[in-house]
Design a protein around this ligand. Sequence first.
Ligand code: TMP
Ligand code: ASP
Length: 237
Amino acid sequence: MERRELLYEGKAKQVYRTADPDLLIQHFKDDATAFNAQKRGTIASKGIINNRTSEVFFKLLEEHGVATHFVRRLSDRDMLIRSCDIVKIEVVARNIIAGSLAKRLGRPEGELLSEPVLEHYLKDDALGDPMINDWHIRVLRLATAPELQTINETALKVNAILREFLDARGIVLVDMKLEFGRHQGKMLLADEICPDTCRFWDKATSEKLDKDRFRRDLGGVEEAYQEVARRICGVAL
Ligand code: TMP
Ligand code: ASP
């Protein structure tokens, strides 16, 4: 499947048209940003690792009955996806207190939540993705009530499946951000699932194996991404 014109360029990915109007190519870059692009850098091979980890996760989720936009991986950095109307909501699923939740609640990172917590953010870079609730979602018509129910149920299911899969590989799924899109009347899990969009902690040492190493200048960023690739894809990339 050939890339046609560039349809969209984001901070970490490009999306291209293909000859088939129903299919797009998602291209993964090494560019990394944090704090709404105030911090910029590159992480060597990140695009390859994010493409490969997303492939592993989307295939696993499809096997468990979760509908995703994933069609197949085309190359190191390219993935064929179904064209979706992306819902303007970023869904965050949390198992352990970390990041913005730790700040908001004034609690230390690492506290286990008694059950998973879902949060919703408006997907709007100009506004810095503000947190929103069900009322905002309804009034702003970001999703219908049945759509939101599907999104929430799917997010919890994805969280449970990935938690178990990662646990077996010595990784704690602390939290993650998911996106969804409408496709031919169905809600599909979209975007990517990778160390950019999840917090992965080593089960034995709680060492951070994700983009927080870049966000917080902890060093060993590339090494952490490679370790995730080894554990999730079975190879260093
Ligand atoms: P947070 O604790 O900063 O709100 O992040 C929660 C999760 O969402 C974490 O796994 C990282 C992910 N995330 C993104 O994928 N994109 C973003 O822009 C932000 C802020 C977080
Ligand atoms: N998406 C964020 C940004 O806008 C990066 C992050 O913290 O993951 O730069």
